[in-house]
Structure formats: structure tokens, C-alpha cells
Design a protein around this ligand. Sequence first.
Ligand code: HEC
Ligand code: HEC
Length: 235
Amino acid sequence: MERALNSVSMTPLVLLVVVATGCPEEEQVTLEPPGPAVPGEMRTVEVTDDKIETGRALYTACVPCHGEERGGKVGQGPSLNSETFLAAASDDFLIRTITYGRPGTTMVAWGTTMEDSEIEALVAFLRSDGEVEPAELDESPLEGDVAAGEEIYGQICSACHGRTGAGYMETANGTGIGREAFLDSATNGYLRYVIKHGKSDTPMRGFAGDDPVAVANLDDDEIENVIAYLRDHAW
Ligand code: HEC
Ligand code: HEC
């Protein structure tokens, strides 16, 4: 698995820059990250036919990890067409993730090679399958108990996301939710929503007690605790 991941991360772009600058292999091309996301408008990108077509063409670069149909690939990249994901993810979340990547993972900073308008076109393309209404996110201040959250994380979440939350880079099964780059891009509202309702059509099931496909039941306080743990341990 290690070998496979490494070879995936060595896209021609990264290889070129590494060779050109003589950087050690592990170093990635990154942009200065913009810091924690602030809740705001859910949709800022206007979806037009032109943008969708431009985005569709650009998306060929994303297919190896996110799949032709954008459903993700086990061990390589998360789903970008899950309905609950598209409902919970703001345009800002998508733009900043594509622009700055997730340093430390194979998701590179596409802002180093793409124009802002191209990244917007990609977002329009990701939004092009029918109408997914934005979710109403609870962005109230986080109140959780770190120690209690650590227990839940260890018992339930670590199996797929990795002991430290390194995700795909450690267990080849889920997003690196322990990483600062991910946690900075995700507001508390996004995290609450996704943990409660899951990412539909992926192994990430919802944990809300009333969800019929929940792998375990977590109440609101427990979800709060696990988020507090993730934020407290971000690395
Ligand atoms: C070499 C593999 C690879 C390629 C190519 C790639 N990605 Fe990713 N992408 C990933 C991985 C791995 C993650 C999850 C990283 C993590 O653990 O946080 C990710 C995460 C994302 C996310 C956030 C999804 C979420 O659930 O939080 C978006 C949006 C995204 N990628 C868009 C794109 C777009 C658009 C392209 C093409 C321009 C692209 N990616 C190309 C591997 C890749
Ligand atoms: C059965 C495996 C599994 C378990 C258990 C699990 N997850 Fe996940 N989780 C996943 C996978 C796989 C994804 C990415 C799905 C995709 O997009 O393909 C994910 C995605 C997520 C995301 C969205 C990240 C993103 O990509 O934007 C969050 C947040 C999350 N999980 C939190 C948790 C928490 C908190 C727990 C424990 C309460 C947990 N997960 C337990 C498999 C799991």
C-alpha cells in the first residue's frame, strides 16, 4: 500500500518541481494556508454551462483519485458526489481545499498551477449533478469534553481514520480528519453535520441515533466531544 500511495503522489507536476528545486522527496509544493475557515455563505460560485464545461475538462486531472463519476476511490481519495457532502460543504470549503490542498496527503495545492477561475469552474462542475440544497449548519460555538472525545475517537473513529487521524496516508480508508489542514477547512457546522448524517454512498455512515444505517449511536454531546478532541489534537 505504501508503495502504491507514494507512486500516486508523484504526479508529474510534483516530480518536476522536486527535481527542479532538489527538495527532498517528502516535501510538497504548498501555498501558505489561510487559517481556520469562518462560517459564511454556503454558495458563492455561480454555476453556468460554460463553467461546468471548463470544469469537466479540468476534472480529468482529478479522476485518478476521485474517480470518473466523482464517487471517490477506496484508499485514494474521498467521494466528491455524496449528497450529504455536497449539502454540507460550502463553496469556500471546496475552493480552499482545491486551492491549498491538504498538505501531508496526496491532495496537492492545485492553486499552484490553476487560475482562480479554473478552480471556480471545478466547483461549478462538482455542483452540476442536479440541485443539492445547502444544509442548515449549526455553527454555534463548540462545547465539548476533550478527554471524553478521545475515548470515542479511539473506540470508533480510529478504525477507519487512523490512530492519529492521518487517514488515507495511514490506514488507506478514510479522510485525514486529525490533520490541521482538514480541520482548518472545516467549520464546526460542517463537522457536526457530517458526523451526524455521514457521507451518503460512502463507508462514512451517520452516527446520529435516528439514522437507520448508523454504525453506532452518538448523541449531540458525544459528537461535540469528539470534535473537541479533534480540534484539540490537530496536527
Ligand atoms: C493523487 C490523488 C488526488 C488527486 C489527483 C486529486 N485529489 Fe482531491 N483529494 C485526495 C485525497 C487523498 C483527499 C483527502 C485528503 C485528506 O485526507 O484530507 C482529497 C480531498 C479532496 C477534496 C475534499 C473532499 C472532502 O471530503 O473533504 C476535494 C474537494 C478535492 N480533493 C478535489 C479535488 C480536485 C477538484 C482535484 C483535481 C483538480 C483533485 N482533488 C485531485 C487525492 C487527490
Ligand atoms: C467504517 C469506517 C469509518 C468509521 C468507523 C468512521 N469513519 Fe469517518 N469517514 C470514513 C470514510 C471512508 C470517509 C471518507 C468517505 C469518502 O468520501 O469516500 C469518512 C469521512 C469523514 C468525515 C468527512 C471528512 C471529509 O472528507 O470532508 C468526517 C468529519 C468523519 N469521517 C468523521 C468521523 C468520526 C468523528 C468518526 C467516529 C465517530 C468516524 N468518522 C468514523 C470512514 C469511517
